[in-house]
Ligand binder design. Sequence first.
Ligand code: SF4
Ligand code: SF4
Length: 119
Amino acid sequence: MSPAPPETSRIFWKCQRCTACCRWPGDVKVNEQEIRGIADFLELDVDTFIQRHTRLRTDRAGLSLIEKPNGECDFLEGNDCVINPVKPQQCRDFPNKWNFPGWRQVCDAIPVPVENEGL
Ligand code: SF4
Ligand code: SF4
């Protein structure tokens, strides 16, 4: 008789700071509140921040942070996000709240059962 399968529990994907998600092409969406927070953090007024650091999203439905010529986010320096304390929700939520088919092949996050995370 085969053993009972382990109880399934919710998994939290713990970021390993590989920065792959900061290097993928695509929009890094920022809303108005996030724009104010990042502008304050950088000690810029909102208009200057928007002009220097954002562009229209590909769907033209709002703003995105700009990227460098090599496609990585403009706020990635080495392995660090220079706006980490105020980074957009989109960055905070990956991969636990949103992801896409094939994300495991490019993201080094490790699965941790929620019970062990103390959440
Ligand atoms: S790709 Fe995954 S492990 Fe790497 S920084 Fe992003 S969330 Fe963290
Ligand atoms: S804002 Fe920070 S966390 Fe988000 S993509 Fe850019 S460098 Fe990465």
